[in-house]
Design a protein around this ligand. Structure first.
Ligand code: G1P
Length: 291
């Protein structure tokens, strides 16, 4: 029996420079796709996979993220007074149980690996998920739930992977692969952002991970990797051979919301998938595409 997965770390300390000026006074994770902020998609996805405890690794200027998960008492009172049932129900549905979100600050931007290390006390001796809110997945079964299913069967580490064009390998963590079994791939090596000519495959890690707590031990060494940052991928690579390690070619489509075109595509895909908006959006899009 594997230890049940109940914890998730959400790294949200990034500056969001690619979305300035929108992110000058607002965290990028508060940018909405249709009507829900990116951070809320990540939390909803994790909760759908049975995760109960969250740690947001924040930085300066990120208080809106903490407020977002608090109860907005005045707002709720006003909505109740005005009999706005639907809006009120929506807020209550998304309300988090008391004490389920903690935060730590990443005081210096030393990379994703360093951000995860900052959550080491929260992680303790438990397996945990990581969700990078910039990566949004539209799927039948929430992506983290797909990873948890594999984790429950195999134990060890599981990452969501997707194929990328060879010329884009320098944007991602890339897998070296062993045995393939359906949608599961054995991970035999990991390289962070290799040049296309050095990439061991075109299978990239997307921002969804289930990891064993041992990764923290390797992160503590603070070894610098690609971009002179402490890379999570490098610490994960050190666990290969010590515990099962699988990549899952998940069902669904991933959108890179850290990129303007990816973010816009996500808006359209998520709007089209919504029964209340899909038909109207499909109708008006035709006018633009044919113009
Ligand atoms: C991070 C990881 C990388 C992963 C990517 C997924 O990179 O370091 O391995 O493939 O997220 O989005 P970043 O996007 O922070 O440069």
């Amino acid at each position: 029996m594997v230890k049940p997965l109940r914890k998730a770390v959400l790294p949200v300390a990034g500056l969001g420079t690619r979305f300035l000026p929108a992110t000058k006074a607002m965290p990028k994770e508060m940018l909405p796709v249709v009507d829900k902020p990116l951070i809320q998609y990540a939390v909803d996805e994790a909760r759908a996979a049975g995760i109960e405890q969250f740690c947001m690794v924040t930085g300066r200027g990120k208080t809106a993220l903490i407020d977002h998960f608090d109860i907005a008492f005045e707002l709720e009172a006003t909505l109740a007074e005005r009999n706005k049932r639907e809006a009120l129900d929506l807020l209550r549905e998304e309300a988090m149980p008391p004490g389920s979100i903690s935060t730590v600050r990443q005081q210096v931007p030393l990379g994703l690996g360093h951000a995860i290390w900052c959550a080491r006390t929260f992680i303790g001796d438990d397996p945990f998920a990581i969700l990078l809110p910039d990566d949004l997945v539209l799927s039948e079964t929430p992506c983290t739930a797909q990873l948890v299913k594999v984790y429950n069967e195999t134990g060890g580490n599981v990452v969501a992977v997707s194929e990328v064009p060879k010329e884009h390998t320098n944007r991602y963590g890339i897998l070296k692969t062993g045995a393939v079994e359906g949608d599961r791939v054995e991970v035999t090596g990991l390289v962070e952002k290799p040049a296309p000519e050095n990439a061991p495959s075109n299978l990239s890690i997307i921002g969804r991970y289930v990891l064993l707590p041992e990764v923290v031990t390797y992160l503590s060494r603070m070894e610098r990797g690609a971009g002179n940052e402490v890379q999570l991928t490098d610490a994960m690579a050190k666990m290969i051979g010590h515990a099962p390690f699988h990549g899952l070619k998940f069902e669904g489509k991933r959108f890179d919301c850290g990129d303007k075109a990816g973010f816009l595509e996500a808006q359209i895909a998520f709007a089209l998938a919504r029964p209340d908006l899909g038909p109207a959006v499909r109708a008006f899009l035709k006018n633009y595409v044919n113009a």
